[in-house]
Design a protein around this ligand. Structure first.
Ligand code: PBG
Length: 302
């Protein structure tokens, strides 16, 4: 049998994630081959992502390679994938989520500062707003690039700390001190590796389904339905996290104003029912409780 061509971005993290998907497929006795593809999201590093005006900067080039039959499947960090997929592209498998949380990393010279004294670097509207919700007088600078670049910028730059995803740090095996940030709600689908396939390739997609982790799929579908119902194509400070605890789902989520002063939050426990779109239901609760006006305000500010 021919080997499965696994498309990936060529950052260290993306390659690690692609090898992880390859390992799962090899465990099921399939041959694999990794095909790195340079993405335009990686080429354009001077502007924050939300200001590039297009969604899917990280995924577009892999989508094109998939549609052009240069690769059979594409591996993504699910949180970078827009909720609306291009025609003929389907998300087929999700690997088990390991570390959904955000963490704080500070440089040595800031190690004795209080949290509210830190000057932070992040380009994420969510991380900024959720931090400001607790520490409203914080100064921020933008920071872009892959994890290694950001940590280098932290050493060189005029700020004390940055916020990153724990999953990325763990996957890169970085020996680095970090602090957990229980005040932050993760981005929808943070920490999840997802595999996309072409709708016209049912044989490959059947193979992919064998490595799907169903509990992770259930959780990220709730988070992403919540996100897509709220956003309608715009980027806003939205956190959403679902986890399965015994036989219940715990869902925590919030939409915040850019300055973090106004947050509409959800915290629910419920029994899973595949017939019900919980993400949409909770997003409607947010929209009806001031979220609609808040989204209009955010859209006018970014
Ligand atoms: N937006 C960049 C990005 N996309 C995926 C990860 C790490 C893996 C993940 O969180 O799923 C990161 C780095 C970060 O947010 O710190």
């Amino acid at each position: 049998m021919k080997s499965i061509r696994i498309g990936t971005r060529n950052s260290a993290l993306a390659l690690w994630q692609a090898r992880e998907v390859a390992r799962h497929l090899q465990n099921n006795n399939y041959l694999t081959e990794i095909v790195p593809i340079v993405s335009s999201g990686d080429k354009n590093l001077n502007q924050p992502l939300y200001s590039l005006g297009i969604t899917g900067v990280f995924t577009r080039d892999l989508d094109i390679a998939l549609l052009n039959d240069e690769i059979d499947i594409a591996v993504h960090s699910l949180k970078d994938v827009p909720t609306l997929l291009p025609q003929n592209i389907e998300m087929i498998a999700y690997l088990e989520r390991d570390f959904p949380q955000d963490i704080l990393i500070r440089k040595e010279s800031a190690k004795n500062k209080e949290l509210h004294e830190l000057k932070l670097a992040t380009s994420s509207l969510r991380r900024r707003a959720f931090w400001l919700r607790h520490f409203p007088n914080t100064e921020f600078s933008d920071i872009r690039g892959n994890i290694q670049t950001r940590l280098q910028k932290l050493e060189d730059g005029n700020f004390d700390a940055t916020i990153l995803s724990l999953a990325g740090i763990k996957r890169m095996k970085m020996e680095i001190d970090y602090e957990m940030l229980p005040v932050m709600i993760p981005a929808p689908s943070q920490g999840v590796i997802a595999v996309a396939g072409h709708s016209d390739k049912p044989e490959i997609n059947e193979i992919l389904k064998q490595i799907n982790h169903k509990p992770t799929q259930i959780c990220v579908e709730i988070e992403r339905n919540f996100l897509s119902t709220l956003e309608g194509g715009c980027t806003a400070p939205i956190g959403a996290f679902a986890e399965i605890i015994e036989d219940q789902i715990r869902f925590t989520a919030a939409l915040c104003s850019l300055d973090g002063k106004n947050c509409i939050a959800i915290d629910e426990n419920f029994e899973y029912n595949p017939e019900e779109n919980f993400g949409e239901r909770f997003a409607k609760v947010v929209l009806e409780n001031g979220g609609k006006e808040l989204m209009t305000e955010i859209k006018s500010q970014i």
